[in-house]
Write a protein that binds this ligand. Structure first.
Ligand SMILES: [Zn+2]
Length: 370
């Protein structure tokens, strides 16, 4: 199974998709409230078949507009809630038996702003070229087909983000395998840094792009604009959405850069070793800069890219000593301070660039990241 993501073009009827999501949220709320009432009266939850029967009745009586929604989607909402209750009961059973399972809560009513996607599993839609037709609306929506999907479509999901853009996710079965890149025989350790984004053990340094810094200013001014508005006013909502848009654009640019960088590395090396950092700890220590560089995000992209092209990621645990040992002889330089960029080993005399030495050590201790 493989999922591809496509963005819908901005088009006048896109609001239909938003309304569909909101309507299904209405169904979600209604069914969960129903379950609670049922429980209060009968002391148990209603079965799925009972709920489905009830939905059929609702369409005739108090909720005639449910007839306009894809019936399979309404069923899906009911099924998801039912699954939630089943998991909850399984959890209670296991707990009663004295086991200690992972905690599962009772299904909760999601607030509107967290209910942002709907899924078609079987029928009810058609895809021709870059047009998605939803049968019951008799409307087509075009999306930007920046790449082709392969295999048979098993499931489609429509998502809305907090900026108000809509996306289509196509989950395909038996996609054509991607081509593996030919092996080069190169391997490298990579050390993440504040100023230099990556230092590779063969001496290559990759600086952080300038737009990381520029984007901070953009966020700051969007934040300031928001704080000047009266909370809850129209202008405030506009400013809030603008801030979300700025954040999204920056995240997109950053991810784009990460993908390009990861691809460059994957082409050049067969094995890349990275350090898994304690991201939470560093965020507290260094403030925004680290979260901005988003090492964690890059590691995941690199790992994904390596898997895709048949290369290997090695990882060095965050407790491994990588900075102080000499990469030539292993002697630990206990006196090394944070500011020393260059140092010479007292044991074997070799001189080191701090970051390259660390990268070499990362390569040495790295184990395959599975
Ligand atoms: Zn040494």
């Amino acid at each position: 199974m493989k999922t591809e993501k496509y963005e819908f073009y901005h088009q006048s009827n896109i609001i239909t998709l938003g309304n569909l999501i909101d309507d299904l949220h209405g169904v979600h709320v209604h069914l969960l409230r129903l379950q609670r009432r049922y429980y209060r009266i009968y002391g148990k939850y209603a079965s799925l078949s009972r709920i489905l029967k009830h939905i059929t009745k609702l369409k005739r009586t108090t909720k005639p507009h449910y007839k306009q929604l894809p019936s399979q989607m309404i069923q899906d909402v009911a099924i998801r809630i039912d699954l939630g209750y089943q998991k909850f009961f399984d959890y209670l059973d296991e707990k009663a038996k004295g086991l200690s399972p992972r905690k599962v809560g009772k299904p909760k009513i999601k607030p509107n702003h967290k209910y942002n996607s709907v899924t078609f599993t079987q029928a009810g839609y058609k895809i021709e070229g870059n047009r998605l037709t939803i049968n019951c609306f008799k409307k087509a929506f075009t999306f930007w087909e920046h790449r082709e999907w392969t295999g048979k479509i098993k499931k489609i999901t429509i998502k809305r983000d907090n900026v108000g853009d809509y996306y289509l996710y196509l989950t395909c079965e038996n996609p054509e395998p991607t081509q593996k890149l030919s092996l080069t025989g190169n391997e490298a350790g990579a050390d993440f840094g504040m100023k230099t984004f990556l230092t590779l053990s063969d001496g290559i340094k990759i600086g952080s792009p300038e737009f990381f810094k520029q984007s901070l200013n953009e966020i700051r001014s969007a934040n300031k604009a928001l704080s000047r508005k009266q909370k809850g006013s129209n202008a405030w909502y506009r400013a809030k959405r603008h801030l979300a848009r700025v954040n999204k654009d920056i995240a997109n640019r950053r991810r784009d850069w990460f993908f390009k960088l990861a691809l460059r590395l994957v082409r050049r090396y067969d094995k890349i070793a990275i350090e898994t950092l304690n991201l939470e700890g560093m965020k507290r220590l260094w403030g925004r800069k680290v979260s901005d560089l988003a090492f964690g995000e890059f590691s995941l992209i690199l790992r994904w890219m390596c898997a895709k092209y048949g290369k290997t990621v090695l990882r060095a645990g965050r407790w491994e000593a990588t900075t102080k040992p000499c990469s030539d002889c292993g002697h630990r330089n206990e006196n090394l301070t944070l500011n020393e960029r260059q140092w010479a080993c007292l044991e074997c005399g070799s001189s080191h660039d701090r970051d390259i030495n660390a990268a070499l050590n990362i390569l040495r201790v790295g184990v395959p990241w599975t």
